[in-house]
Design a protein around this ligand. Structure first.
Ligand code: FAD
Ligand code: UDP
Length: 382
């Protein structure tokens, strides 16, 4: 009855399902265990009519024309340059730390001098990871690096990961480099913003195809069995493609133990006033137990709202307890080795593909996983 089965209706699963149905001419079954599509990009109106992101704020950004063109078939956009500030002892400074931040922190005369030194050292427009900046032997640059490390990275990273910036993979802090420019945007990508009617609406359109069937509220393990050399669907061998976008350790019942993740608690608050913080995102980099506050109306550009809704994010170590969601893979050599052990389990199954943040145990942004899904569908079709 089905040519392909996709497990998970997030960005990865929805994209690959659409491409397989449309270009691969497959009849695709999408199995999703939650009661909604969209995965962690899921958004909805809260009871005050304000569009919120249930699993944390998501800002789309990409330099990939192919990804932007593909997604634009299913949505119009509010395009804008996303800006973030850090609250440092009550003062709001632009993040990533850039030359404007330098001026705010040091005052004009000293900042002009330091700006010249930074440009001479790294070149205008460059992006320097904090861990690299800290290694610079020039005492003036070292002092800037120490300021940035202490006031932007150390405490925030401790809250987010329970570890210092030295202890986590350097790629993680390198996502928010020091910018040798006056660009206040959080991302420097060509396209950035929000799907006009939200992510859920965009993925609904993507999955709306005569050859795609979506079964929600269904755990794949109730219908599929992954044995050593074959996949069974409803007890019979299934030889079509199976694309799995869930957590790989869960698929094999945590046989080798849990893959470490960070999880999040989202505390939503509604206020009967026009504005809470007057902007979309404030990172709390030296104080508070939460990492950041997002005020949704500024992110989604919702025009008329009754009051305003915010969310505070509290990070903690995922334990696998009922109701906890694995959000961020804790990437290091040991955990990667454990992941590989699980991934090996599907290697003999040549019709099974692992795709997505959970199944690949990677730190993908939306655009990266959409790109990967488009490529996978192309590979499968050939
Ligand atoms: P998911 O969205 O996790 O989808 C996997 C789906 O599979 C889920 O719906 C799940 O229910 C389903 N599933 C799992 N197991 C089973 C099973 N056994 N049976 C059936 N279904 C199953 N990216 C950006 O580009 N910009 C951002 O601003 C941004 N912000 C983020 C903020 C937070 C707090 C987090 C955690 C991530 C953020 N990301 C952001 C990353 C973004 O969420 C991911 O890139 C994207 O959601 C990955 O999609 P996915 O399909 O791989 O995974
Ligand atoms: N980070 C930080 N302070 C900030 C912003 C980011 O220390 O103000 C560090 C932190 O370790 C974080 C990483 O940089 O986990 C990546 O930040 P990003 O905003 O990309 O995280 P995400 O949006 O994926 O949660």
């Amino acid at each position: 009855m089905y040519d392909s089965i996709v497990i998970g209706a997030g960005a990865a699963g929805s994209t690959v399902a659409r491409k397989l149905a449309e270009e691969g001419k497959r009849k695709v079954l999408v199995i999703e265990k939650r009661s909604h599509i969209g995965g962690n990009c899921y958004d909805k109106l809260d009871r005050h009519g304000i569009m919120i992101h249930e699993y944390g704020p998501h800002i789309f950004h990409t330099n990939e024309e192919e990804v932007y063109t593909f997604l634009s078939r299913f949505t119009d956009w509010h395009l804008f340059g996303h800006e973030v500030v850090a609250n440092v002892h009550g003062e709001l400074i632009p993040v990533p730390f850039n030359l404007n931040t330098l001026h705010k922190v040091y005052g004009k005369e000293k900042a002009d001098e330091l700006e010249e030194i930074l440009i001479r050292e790294y070149g205008e427009g460059s992006r320097v990871p904090i861990m690299q900046l800290r290694e610079n032997p020039n005492p003036e640059i070292k002092a800037i690096a120490d300021y940035v490390y202490e006031n932007i990275f150390l405490h925030y990273t401790m809250k987010q990961w329970g570890q210092t910036p030295e202890e986590i993979s350097p790629e993680v802090t390198a996502r928010v480099p020091v910018l040798i420019s006056h660009d206040n945007r959080y991302f420097q990508d060509k396209y950035q913003g929000m799907p006009k009617d939200g992510y859920t609406a965009m993925f609904e359109k993507m999955l709306d195809h005569p050859d795609i069937t979506v079964k929600m509220g269904t755990d794949c393990k109730d219908h599929l069995t992954f044995s050593e050399d074959k996949v069974l669907f409803e007890g019979e061998e299934f030889t079509g493609e199976v694309i799995y976008t869930g957590a790989i350790d869960e698929l094999f019942s945590y046989e080798y133990g849990h893959l470490p993740y960070r999880s999040l608690n989202f505390k939503f608050e509604h206020y009967d006033k026009e504005s809470y913080q007057g902007r979309s995102v404030v990172n709390y980099t030296v104080s508070e137990d939460f990492t950041r506050i997002t005020e949704f109306k500024y992110l989604t550009r919702q025009e008329k709202t009754d009051g305003t809704t915010i969310v505070k994010e509290y990070s903690f170590a995922y334990t696998g307890a009922e109701g906890e969601i694995p959000y961020y893979a804790v990437i290091n050599d040991e955990n990667n080795a454990l992941y590989q052990k699980y991934a090996k389990r599907v290697q003999p199954l040549d019709n099974v593909y692992l795709l997505g943040r959970l199944a690949e145990y990677k730190y993908y942004n939306i655009d990266a996983i959409v790109k990967k899904a488009l490529q996978l569908a192309d590979t499968i079709r050939r």
